[in-house]
Design a protein around this ligand. Structure first.
Ligand code: HEC
Length: 393
């Protein structure tokens, strides 16, 4: 695909994806908080009302009532909440295609991790999305105890993260696990929650009592989705955070951050239900500090050393060969220099020495997917040159 067209498709899909996800997550936060806020309905509440809440927003008061199962008769106009979920998934998948599948050799595959062809890597990636949903759905139907279910899902997500770390590049590994969980969330809406709502509506239309089990299952899945929001958001934003996906135990770092995300969500859900457990944010902050310390670059540089003084000519030829194909005013592998980072002149290279250290020596996330085949020896040369003062003369 033409890189310029690809860039626009990437941008448009990303814009839509972020907007739709904000709406969806906002709805999830709002309705779970509303459920947790519901109090005893007033004496004048209608028949079948299980709880109500008063809210003030946008210049007025709202009185929201939730029926235990369904109202005595269906209203004329009923609002549904589903397109934000579907749009998030569809735009997210499109973005995955435009970025990771169209440029599979650059973004999805890392030959030093697994020597996959683009077709194989893409097939595995799509297959995992489907398998994730099937395994999750079957487990939810089989396991009654929510704690056992949570433990099983945590174990399986860890297995998925570990497996993906042996199949894809670091950044693709994180996005793939995020996409697996995101697919579960969207499929929960499409295949469980919305059908449960249809059951309620159809039963009322047919004049029979709705089966409460469908509603209970819908509620369970919507709570799962709520706990998955922060973990999935971490995975989706992690591409700006090379120390995480570039770490040699990237899958463990991902799991730690995702568990912390769900833990933080629990704080809000308990608080909205009237219990404030300060131990949760305190332990979450400590855990994040623990992760930060655990993944810090060893001694400022993970790179080895080469003996003697490293000349700039040596560094320049490495950068020329391994970085400039992308990072240049006239790149050959991409349409424009990614993030505006260019290494065309000695001054540009010297000015960005610490960024080079971070991405090419410490974390090795550059060259992306090691597209230009950089060797460890070359990384050691760059690291030594930077330690010697990054001189260009
Ligand atoms: C195949 C193309 C390619 C090659 C080769 C490449 N990069 Fe990159 N680089 C990228 C892309 C794409 C991004 C943007 C990544 C993103 O979207 O987060 C990037 C981003 C960067 C950034 C900015 C990171 C940030 O998040 O701000 C730096 C610094 C960088 N590269 C340095 C290097 C160095 C040093 C080399 C050579 C050792 C190199 N790159 C080789 C494609 C490449």
């Amino acid at each position: 695909m033409d890189p310029y067209a690809n860039e626009w498709l990437d941008f448009l899909a990303r814009w839509l994806h972020v907007v739709a996800a904000i709406v969806w997550i906002g709805t999830s936060f709002y309705f779970i908080a509303l459920d947790n806020h519901l109090g005893e309905p007033g004496p004048e509440a209608g028949e079948g009302v299980g709880g109500e809440a008063w809210e003030v927003h946008g210049g007025g008061f709202y009185r929201v009532q939730k029926y235990r199962v369904a109202p005595p008769s269906l209203p004329e106009r009923l609002l549904w909440f589903k397109w934000e979920a579907y749009t998030t998934w569809l735009s997210g998948f499109a973005l995955f295609v435009f970025l990771y599948y169209v440029n599979a050799r650059t973004y999805l595959i890392d030959k030093s991790v697994a020597d996959l062809s683009p077709a194989a890597a893409i097939a595995i990636s799509i297959g995992l999305l489907v398998v994730a949903w099937i395994v999750y759905d079957v487990l939810c139907r089989l396991v009654q105890n929510e704690l056992v279910l949570a433990a099983a899902l945590l174990g399986l997500t860890t297995l998925a993260a570990w497996g993906c770390s042996h199949l894809f590049s670091g950044r693709a590994e994180y996005i793939e696990v995020g996409a697996m969980l995101g697919t579960i969330m969207a499929a929960n809406v499409f295949l469980v929650i919305i059908p449960a709502h249809w059951e309620l509506v159809r039963a009322k239309e047919a004049g029979r009592e709705p089966d409460p089990a469908a509603g209970v299952r819908g509620k369970q899945r919507s709570v799962h989705n709520n706990y998955l929001t922060l973990p999935v958001l971490f995975a989706m934003l992690s591409n700006h955070f090379p120390s995480s996906y570039g770490h040699s135990y990237s899958w463990l770092v991902l799991m730690a951050m995702m568990v912390i995300g769900a833990w933080i969500r629990l704080f809000f859900n308990l608080r909205h239900a009237g219990r404030t457990v300060w131990a949760i944010p305190v332990t979450a902050a400590l855990a994040i500090a623990g992760v930060a310390v655990a993944i810090r670059p060893a001694g400022g540089s993970a790179g080895g050393s080469v003996s003697g003084s490293v000349s700039f000519a040596r560094v320049n030829s490495i950068v020329e060969q391994r970085c400039v194909p992308c990072h240049s005013a006239h790149p050959t592998k991409v349409s424009v220099a990614p993030k505006g980072v260019m290494f065309d002149t000695p001054a540009q290279i010297a000015a960005q020495a610490s960024a080079i250290q971070q991405v090419a020596v410490t974390t090795k996330v550059m060259p992306i997917g090691n597209a230009t085949g950089m060797t460890q020896g070359e990384r050691d040369v760059l690291g030594t040159w930077i330690r010697q003062g990054a001189r260009i003369k």
